[in-house]
Structure formats: C-alpha cells, structure tokens
Ligand binder design. Sequence first.
Ligand SMILES: Cc1cc2nc3c(=O)[nH]c(=O)nc-3n(C[C@H](O)[C@H](O)[C@H](O)COP(=O)(O)OP(=O)(O)OC[C@H]3O[C@@H](n4cnc5c(N)ncnc54)[C@H](O)[C@@H]3O)c2cc1C
Length: 642
Amino acid sequence: MPSLLVIGAGPAGLTAAYEASKLGLNPTLVESDRQVGGLSRTVNYRGYRFDIGGHRFFSKVQLINNMWEEMLGEDFLLRPRLSRIYYHNHFFNYPLKAFDALIGLGPIEAALVGLSYTKARLLPRQEETSFEQWVSNRFGDRLYRIFFKTYTEKVWGIPCNEISADWAAQRIKNLSLREAVLGALLSTNRTNDGELITTLIERFQYPRLGPGMMWECCRDLLAARGHETIEGVHVESIRHHRGRVEAVYGRTGDGQRAEFGADNFISTMPLRELVFSLDPMPPDHVLQAANYLRYRDYLTVVLIVKRESVFPDNWIYIHSPEVRMGRIQNYKNWSPEMVPDQSRTSLGLEYFLWEKDDEWRWSEQRLIERAIKECSQIGLIDAGEVEDGTVVRMKKAYPVYDQHYKTSLAILREYIESFSNLQTVGRNGLHRYNNQDHSMLTGIFAARNIIGERNDVWSVNTEMEYHEEARAEKAPARDRLVPTMIPCGVSVGADKPVDADKPVDADKPVDADKPVGADKPVGADKIDDELISAAFARLDPLALGVSVSIVTALSLFLSTVILLLKGGEIIGPNLSLLSNFFPGFSLTWGGALIGMIEAGIVGFGLGMLIAYLRNWGIEAYAALLSHRAQVKAQNEVLDKIL
Ligand SMILES: Cc1cc2nc3c(=O)[nH]c(=O)nc-3n(C[C@H](O)[C@H](O)[C@H](O)COP(=O)(O)OP(=O)(O)OC[C@H]3O[C@@H](n4cnc5c(N)ncnc54)[C@H](O)[C@@H]3O)c2cc1C
C-alpha cells in the first residue's frame, strides 16, 4: 500500500488523507498545531466555542456536499442567515434594500446617492480593472464610498484602487450571470432535492459544534482506519533529490526533531514557507518569487456578555470608520450549542491586520479593553455587561492578490511541478483565496493524482462547479477500493469491511490529455454563450418573410383553384370576401393569380413583422435576465470580500 505524508491537518490536508484512504493509500498527517482544522478550526474557551471568522458551509460541488453529510450526518445543521451592515448609527439590511437604505441615509444623502448611481450607469468608467472601478460602475461613487471602501480597506489593508482586478474577478465578477441565465433556461437553480439555490444566501449549513467539529470528526474517522494525525510537529525542512522528495523533517514544541519518510507527499503549508523549507534550496529566482507572496493576518477578540440575546444577526459588517473592527460574530446564532450557558452571549470581533503592525503585539488585556469600548461605542452592549474575554491570533489568514502574486505563482508552480512525488494544495498552499469546499477539492484532486489521474489543482477556483459524473467517465482503468465512512457520532469500526471486489470504472477509458476539473471553468463561459445563443436564437426576418409569403400565396391560390374546379352556381361565397382585403381578387382564374401575388406581399410583410417582434421580445427578456443576474451578483458582493 503506497504511503502518503500530508503536511497540515486543515480542510485540504484532512480531505486529501480521507480521499487517499478511500483510494487504498496509507496516509499520515503532520500538523504543527495542537488542534486540527487550520483556519476552519473551532476554538473552545471555557465551553464557549468560536470560529476563526464564521464558517458557513455551502458548496456548488456536490461531491463536497456529500462528503460533509457523510462525515457529520445529523450533526450538520441547516441554519437561517441574518447579517446587516452597521454604518453611521444605523443598521442596514444586507443584501441592501432600497427603502431601508433611503431611511438609513436620509433624503438628502439618498438623493445624492441616486444621482451618483445614475451618473455611473450613464457614464461608467471605461477602465474596470480595480475593485474601486468595478463597484463604482455598478453602485455609483457615493454608495461605493459608504458601503464598500472603508470595509474593504479594513479587511485588506490596501487602498481599493490597488486591489487587483483578478481578485474582483475571482471573488465577485458576474458570478451569477451564468447561473441565472442557465437557471432560467434549464431550471438548474435547483438542487437535487429541488431546493432553490438562491436560498443559499438565506440559509447555510453549519456543524452543531462549529466547523472544527467537521475536522475533528475527519481526523477520528482516519484514526479509526489506522491513519495517524501527528499534532504539535512543525515541518521545517523537506529533503529532496533528483526531483523526488525523500523525507520531511519537523520539530515538536519541546524542540525534538522528527523525520517522516513516504512514497508521496502533499503539502498544505503556505507556499512561501514550503519553498523555503526545501533542502537543497531552490534557485534564486524561485526564492525571490516566493518572497513576493504576502498574507493578511487576522485577530479575533471574543467577549462573553451577560445577556441572553444581544442582536439577532449571525454577524454584522461594521462599515463605520470610527471603530477598527471589521465584522462582529454572534456565535450563538450560528448554533445554540456554541455557548455552554444560554443566559450568556459570546461575540467575536474581527480585526484584519499585518503581523508587523503594533496592534498584533498588543496584550490580550489591551485588545479586550478596546473591543469592549468599540462594542459599547456603537451601542451593542454596555461595558459592564462583559464578564470575560479572550483573543486568538491567526497568521496568514488571507493570501493577498497584489501586483506581483500572479507572476510569482507561475514561477513557483513550474518549480513545484518538477517534483514527481510532491504536490501543494489548499488555500495557502496554492495562494488561492478559496473557501473550504474548493480547498478540499484540491486535496481530493491531489490524492487522486497519486493513483494516476491528472487533475489540475491550480485550476480549482471559487466559481468552479465540479461534477463527479464527468470524472467517472475519465477515471483511470484501475481497481480502486471505495469503502464507506460512517459519520462521527455513529460508532466507527476500524475493521469496517471494504468492498474489495467492487472496482469503480475499471473498464472506462482515460482521457489522459484532459485534466479533470480543468475543463469546466475554462470553457464554461463559451459553452454558456453557445447555449444562450441557441436558446435565444434570432429569427431571420427575410427568411421568415419569404416563408410566410410563399405559404399565404399558395394557400390562397390553391383554395381558389379547388373551388373553381368544383364549380357550382355560386363559387366560394366565403372566400370571395377576401376581395375586401385584396383588391382585384375574385373567384376567377385571373382573380386567383392577382390574389396569389397580393397574399404573397402581405405574407412577406407579416413574416418580417413577426420576426422583428420576436427578436425584440427575446432581447428584452435576455436583458431582463442579465439585469437580474447582475443585481443578484451585486447583492452578494460583500460576502465575496471576506
Ligand atoms: C476569517 C475567515 C472566514 C472564513 N469563512 C469561511 C466560510 O464562511 N466558509 C468557508 O467555506 N470557508 C471560509 N474560510 C476559508 C477557510 O477557512 C479555508 O478555505 C480553509 O480553512 C483552508 O483549508 P486549508 O487546509 O487549505 O488551509 P488551512 O486551514 O490554513 O490549514 C493548513 C494547516 O496546515 C498547518 N500547517 C501550516 N504550516 C505547517 C507546517 N510547516 N508544518 C505542519 N503543519 C503546518 C496549519 O497549522 C493548518 O492547520 C474563511 C477563512 C477566514 C480566514
């Protein structure tokens, strides 16, 4: 059984090991912390549980949804979502609602916002390469300054006009235009259960005891199958020779050195750190590229408040520039079990900063005092209501997309790919601003690559939908074991029988040149364009005019001829009424010819008219769909900033 060493027991590392175990490999994980889950861990302070931020679970990747269900079963809750924006002493609904915004801003500011919006729509900025330009073009300058600028700059610590267009493109841009149009055409905006996808913004899934529960469960499932997660060992160096990693060296908290050998290695440690751990060191240009990668750090202050209910939201975006916090979480509203005592509320104030900032080194006490002051300043609590607090600092929470990162990534990717048994995955491993689901997907892809698949982990991005069915057709021709994992909470036996006789897709051919997962995002827009133009195909007015003309002309001519051949005292009394419309038409051979010409002309005009009207109608409908999709995309924009 080939062995695999996974560096890091966050979502990507644990998922890679989980998948590898299913594939019949023998994974072991090394984690520097004393807790699994990485950025998606749940911290437990005196029974109060909290996330690093709040971690919603939702994914368009069915494979991931299945995996989450498989791991947690009934412990995976469906929760309602409420989140508002706090600005200038007012709570604005989020997504923004026109009437509410009008009340909150006051009539004069609202009018100015309206004017600036109209200007942006009529005279948009031609260039749309920065976050500032993107938002201003859609909301107007004034609304951008009120609702986006301060908050985004709090989060990223970079002026909005310096935030790369790539970031806007990956996180925001027209994310749902495709979805909405396809949904309208194909009813794809429903899940397998028939549930509307739009509800994802109103509800989300969440483990009963926070996201860490998922990852602790994953670790336990792996342990039950004999796969160890070694906690408290920080990987420092990776020895390699002739394009193969031979061993990984780590250090425990008490300074002991540990060596790990394996046939294959998957790393989820930050890419910059991975490159600097390699022994021998990579060439200078690679080290230089790694040095350019930057990360935004994060700090959360948790306050325990002696009140049963402080506010109804899961979280509130704090746009007001008077306070430093960027967002505030109310963990009890994520799951009631996040607090040990229902008469108390735990609030998580989120601060985004650089490790080099003074604030990062402030004492816990000072940070808590500032948090209490800010919370009372915006009227959420009275200072005397806070009975306790704690601080958690998290380095490298956000990979930064700046001017250099793309060029650096290309160099680093090429270098890492020169190793035959080392892959880097996950959020910081790929320097990709991914949520859990896409971080996990990269772990799955990497595990599958070990058994011969050719998945491109670098192509996984936030808009990606991955279809397992597509993979089934491309899976390599080899026997694979697919044991079932039993959700946590249900007793798990390490001896769970494996259906070894059941090869999956063993006889299916492999499309070796086409990496799985790479195909959907790359060609997606083109496919959609084709689909949309097929569904909304324009009618050619000339062609329809000629067709209708021929049909009407021949119909009238043949009807007249048949009646003439039948003969009788009075020929065609009803048809002859058409002479009121077609001058010169009569139930005679000459009249038949004149009627045919006139009916042809009228038919031609009618056909042209129908074609034009239909084309205009379709264009208006397509524009309406596009507008709706844009509104939806805009409504979700804040979710994409964080
Ligand atoms: C504030 C915030 C809010 C978020 N909200 C959401 C959300 O709502 N929904 C969502 O799906 N996602 C959310 N995310 C993203 C999510 O946290 C990440 O996508 C996910 O945790 C990435 O998983 P990972 O395994 O790639 O990396 P990580 O979670 O960073 O895990 C990497 C692990 O590797 C370990 N490690 C690193 N270096 C070494 C080393 N040298 N030796 C040994 N071990 C090492 C680390 O200790 C860590 O445990 C949020 C992130 C943040 C910061």
